[in-house]
Ligand binder design. Structure first.
Ligand code: 6PG
Length: 263
């Protein structure tokens, strides 16, 4: 790992999403300036919704060179895009339909009409073909946006899943039958630790006091990635940041000192 994670505690949801949006915009500028493109992987769930809406706001969206952005997902539920549980569908409605991103650079995980294992293989291939310089190289996402479940899962890597220990494959099928899957219980495809660990920047966005025990156990508890899968995300050279609201941070020691308002 490149160093201890950065932990930013914001007073409330507004400052949290403002902070996350600024981080996204800055990461996009840095990546496009350095390499001519910004490869981001988004997550689903309820937490990123206000962030997507903020990024779609013309004042913020105008600061991103969208035609240089490649959009991937950290995980997907295997449902059609117009199903309200679809992570792609949510990002499309709230963000992608409102910004000038090219459709050819939106790399959704298509798993509603193929076996999840095949979808995972195809997605891994697409990641490699889009981002790798050589076939042997692990592709580097510039920015991976992750959430945390109150049970400790991240992306679709659930407690007790062998996905947390994956060392080779970049994307994995997660069957609905997997014990420990949080709602919605449907087949899923997830990026695995090797893909997330190659990211240049990993940002966990977590809000609400219901997440406080999982945040504290993940960040300050004993290392046990099988129980707390977010501990399995350990970038080789990339930076990790945890953007928390004060509710989510409430179980951390010394969180009061860390509270700051976004400016
Ligand atoms: C998914 C997600 C998942 C999510 C967490 C947090 O597709 O289910 O990507 O990992 O980030 O479950 O979800 P909430 O923001 O809804 O709490």
């Amino acid at each position: 790992m490149s160093g201890p994670p950065e932990i930013v505690v914001c007073a409330g949801p507004d400052s949290l999403h403002e902070r996350a949006a600024r981080r996204f915009v800055q990461a996009a500028r840095t990546a496009i300036g350095a390499r001519g493109r910004f490869a981001v992987a988004l997550s689903g769930g309820s937490t990123p919704r206000p962030l997507f809406e903020r990024l779609a706001d013309p004042g913020v969206a105008g600061a991103v060179e969208w035609d240089a952005v490649h959009v991937f997902w950290c995980d997907e539920r295997c449902v059609p895009p117009d199903d309200e549980r679809s992570n792609y569908g949510m990002a499309k409605r709230l963000l992608l339909d409102r910004v000038p991103v090219s459709g050819t650079r939106v790399h959704r995980i298509r798993c509603e009409d193929v076996e999840p294992a095949e979808a995972a293989e195809r997605y891994e291939k697409e990641l490699r073909e889009t981002l790798s310089v050589t076939p042997a190289e692990t592709p580097h996402l510039d920015f991976a946006l992750l959430g945390l479940g109150s049970d400790g899962h991240t992306a679709s890597i659930f407690p007790g899943s062998s996905a947390a220990a994956e060392t080779t494959r970049l994307a994995l099928a997660v069957p609905a039958s997997e014990p420990g899957m949080a709602d919605p219980v449907v087949d899923r495809v997830t990026l695995a630790p090797p893909a997330l660990d190659a990211a240049r920047e990993v940002v966990f966005l977590v809000a609400g006091s219901g997440k406080a025990p999982a945040v504290a156990a993940t960040l300050e508890g004993p290392r046990d990635p099988a129980r707390w899968p977010a501990q399995a995300i350990d970038p080789v050279d990339g930076d990790v940041a945890w953007l928390l609201d004060s509710g989510a941070a409430a179980g951390l020691s010394g969180f009061v000192e860390a509270v700051e308002e976004a400016t």
